[in-house]
Design a protein around this ligand. Structure first.
Ligand code: ZN
Length: 333
């Protein structure tokens, strides 16, 4: 029986979002794991494939409250204590640490995922042994410690095969692949080995999406936020006459999926879009004349007037609606 004193760590897990867990020193047999914290036993909601206990978000919050209260009274709080039996890992190494075995696993996402899990389990149970390193699809590196990392094409321009054995390298950015039973939250389709090959997935808060699905969802969300909830709201009586066009994001150059907008009103055009925590509003040169200086004299915000355009940064949607209304009223007295 192993006994370890461990911190319960907040974490984000692939496909599950915010939970917390205890990372044990060795592979554990889940049925034998018992966790005690401040003289109480806490039952994990499940275990990961290494046998590490996982706790729900609500359990994590309760533990945090309990810990804070204990610290308030006693100054310091002990770690959780975990009792468990170690699990041996005896899958032959040639099933997950040879060029051939990895190549064969690439026929399906679940087979490839199993290879990655086996490598993690091997590394965990053989802390003195190192795995070989491989680059898969020219974009993922299977590391000597069982982890998965990104590969930058600049680092490995010579990679041509689906799998190549490479010499050990020092540091790479950790990566992950969608789990074989994960589905895209947008289109509901399961992920495939082709998605892994082509890199057509993206993790958003640790949940895998198809990149195209994520971009479309994000675009629609921005249209809803800016057009439905702000511009149409202000221009409610005439909103059917107000067309809009999508513009490239004026702030994040590398976010083509988060548009800015050219909004046509009966009074003229307005360019509007989020930039970090403010909304940029710019009345265009064809927008009716109004005394910009006077109207916003009391506003402590970034303002500009150039070539007939008049712009201001609004701190949040409420402020943006207020500015837009002010101008709407000024040009329609
Ligand atoms: Zn999708």
């Amino acid at each position: 029986m192993n006994i370890e004193n461990k911190r319960i760590e907040d974490c984000l897990i692939n496909g599950e979002g915010a939970v917390s867990r205890i990372v044990l020193d060795h592979l554990a047999i889940p049925e034998t794991v018992r966790v005690f914290f401040l003289d109480e036993e806490i039952i994990p909601i499940r275990f990961d494939f290494l046998g590490n206990p996982i706790f729900s978000y609500e359990q994590s919050m309760l533990l945090t409250f309990k810990r804070s209260e204990f610290i308030r009274r006693n100054g310091i709080c002990p770690d959780a204590q975990v009792h468990y039996k170690e699990r041996s890992f005896d899958v032959p190494r040639n099933e997950f640490d040879t060029l051939q075995s990895i190549k064969e696993s690439l026929h399906s996402l679940s087979a490839f995922e199993n290879v990655i899990k086996s490598r993690r389990m091997f590394a965990k149970s053989h802390s003195d042994a190192e795995l070989k390193e491989f680059i898969v699809f020219g974009r993922l590196r299977l590391m000597h410690d069982g982890k998965l990392c990104y590969v930058y094409t600049d680092d490995c321009p010579q990679i041509k095969e689906d799998v190549e054995e490479v010499s050990r390298n020092s540091w790479y950015l950790p990566s992950d692949i969608p789990s074989a039973n994960a589905v895209c939250p947008c289109c509901g389709k399961p992920f495939t080995i082709e998605d892994v090959k082509n890199g057509t997935y993206e993790f958003v808060d640790y949940i895998p999406w198809h990149i195209d699905c994520w971009h479309e969802y994000r675009r629609q969300k921005e249209i809803h936020k800016v057009i439905n909830c702000l511009m149409d709201y202000v221009y409610e009586p005439v909103k059917r006459q107000c067309q809009y066009e999508l513009l490239p994001n004026g702030y994040y150059k590398d976010a083509p999926h988060i548009p800015w907008f050219l909004y046509h009103t009966p009074d003229g055009d307005i360019i509007v879009g989020w930039r970090k925590r403010v909304i940029s509003i710019e009345w265009q040169e064809n927008f009716k004349a109004f005394d910009f200086e006077k109207l916003f004299s009391s506003e402590n915000a970034t303002k500009w007037q150039k070539n007939g355009k008049r712009g201001i940064h609004a701190c949040g949607a409420d402020k943006a609606a207020e500015y837009l209304r002010k101008v709407l009223k000024a040009v329609n007295p």
